[in-house]
Unconditional design. Structure first.
Ligand code: ZN
Length: 448
């Protein structure tokens, strides 16, 4: 397929270009060639074409940390007084909710999120899943939905002690089973851990022993200070020191949040070449604080951008990442657009390539995976490779995305979804949600 009449944004590391009137030749799931529309249309006159009509065409967005099961929380009532802090949000919202999931409700939490991802141009997602009453096979249900959508995803199951030893072990088995089974261009597995505060030393060791050698972990870290105090009580060290002691860190491990890291924890993460995913919308919503992202980037930590179950509209996360430090420090100079780009574009792409190693992701170069989106944006000021981050933050809207392609397959064309039926999926999800909410209310009542 030849995409022609496009304004390409290539996002090559260190050499991003904006190229007018260009074309991309896609062969199977890869980008084969990039050139001007004139050149490629005359050389490939027999190839099927897709006219971008001057739209911006760029690599799809990547989300480094999400929870599909969070879909059921939308509009759901939490019984009793509003939770006063993040530990109460976990105990009264998320844990009773994940205990309410069964196979069918897992499937219909995932599909609406994937509709959202295709519509909003998020083409690779890192999910962190928990369903303590439906553990075995849960990752297969998610994988099947991801394959149906045609997106790219890295999946894992959150191992935790909070539902007893047998479920903790079932979580380990689910990760190992899925990691060993899953070798596909669109899907990969990693080893999920909930958080230091719900894992004993012996459980962390069991996870380390069970995880295959070339596999990393995906874990929440220091999202709230409770995680740090719990670690200090359990082990007399902070969260990252504790995880290092249990051999959990490394170049394939993703730590999410890090809002309450101290300087030494940042140093260890940088030394261990470990990823950190930042979710500012979630941090604001939970009132947990502001992660020291600029310091982490300066320390050499590979900071990525995720959404923690908020909409799969990653430019919204860009905006939050850009704005939050400004109000927090009362200083408009904080968090430049290039720092946001470093996280959302370059680090997210490098993280995706840890799991999908056959071809570059997130940049337009010959040989890269053909994961791309069309954006119908008409800038009222010049748009250049240099000022692009500010166009994305102040000009781009997710509704401008008209076409989404992953691995050369068209998932949405001119805003028409081709792999998922949004009306049918939402109707079915609305039918299932009240049953999940009923189970949630009985689970939540046990805690009050
Ligand atoms: Zn999370």
């Amino acid at each position: 397929m030849l995409i022609m009449n496009a304004t390409l944004i290539t996002w090559e590391p260190g050499a991003n270009r904006v190229l007018n009137d260009h074309a991309i030749l896609i062969e199977n799931d890869r980008i084969k060639e990039i050139g001007t529309t004139n050149e490629l249309t005359s050389r490939y006159s027999q190839t099927q074409t897709m006219d971008a009509r001057g739209q911006y065409v760029m690599p799809g967005s990547i989300c480094a940390h999400t929870h599909f099961y969070g879909a059921y929380a939308r509009g759901m009532a939490i019984p009793g007084a509003a939770p006063k802090d993040f530990p109460e949000i976990l105990q009264r919202l998320w844990w009773p909710l994940d205990r309410s999931l069964d196979a069918e409700s897992i499937q219909y939490s995932v599909l609406p999120c994937l509709v959202d991802a295709v519509k909003h141009g998020t083409t690779t997602l890192f999910d962190h899943h928990a369903s303590p009453n439906a553990i075995e096979g849960s990752l297969d249900i998610i994988a099947e939905a991801v394959e149906q959508a045609g997106l790219r995803a890295v999946l894992c199951y959150e191992v935790t002690d909070r539902d007893g030893e047998s479920r903790m072990k079932a979580g380990i088995n689910e990760n190992v089973r899925f990691i060993k089974k899953m070798k596909s261009p669109l899907l990969a597995g990693t080893f999920g851990l909930h958080a230091s505060l719900t894992l004993s030393d012996s459980s962390l060791d069991l996870c380390r022993q069970a995880a295959p050698d070339d596999v990393g972990f995906h874990i929440h870290t220091a999202e709230h200070e409770a995680d740090e105090y719990d670690s200090l009580n359990k082990s007399q060290t902070r969260v990252i020191d504790r995880l290092q002691k249990h051999d959990i860190l490394g170049p394939r491990t993703i730590t999410a949040h890090g809002v309450h890291f101290d300087a030494r924890e940042m140093e260890i993460l940088a030394d261990m070449d470990t990823w950190l995913s930042h979710q500012p919308r979630s941090n604001m919503n939970n009132g947990v604080g502001v992660a020291q992202i600029e310091s982490m980037l300066r320390a050499g930590i590979k900071v990525c951008l995720g959404n923690d179950g908020f909409s799969n509209a990653m430019w919204e996360e860009w905006k939050a990442a850009y704005l939050l430090p400004k109000v927090h420090y009362r200083d408009p100079r904080r968090m430049g657009g290039y720092d946001v780009t470093q996280m959302a574009i370059y680090n997210n792409a490098a993280l995706a390539n840890v799991f999908f190693t056959d071809a570059p992701i997130g940049q337009f170069v010959p040989g890269a995976y053909a994961d791309l989106i069309f954006v119908d944006y008409h800038p009222n000021t010049p748009l250049t490779a240099g000022n692009l981050p500010w166009h994305i933050i102040f000009g781009f809207q997710q509704s401008m995305i008209t076409t989404t392609i992953v691995g050369g397959k068209v998932l949405m064309r001119d805003r028409e979804l081709l792999t998922l039926d949004e009306a049918e999926i939402s109707a079915k999800a609305r039918e299932i949600a009240p049953k999940v909410w009923d189970r949630y209310q009985s689970e939540a009542a046990k805690i009050l």
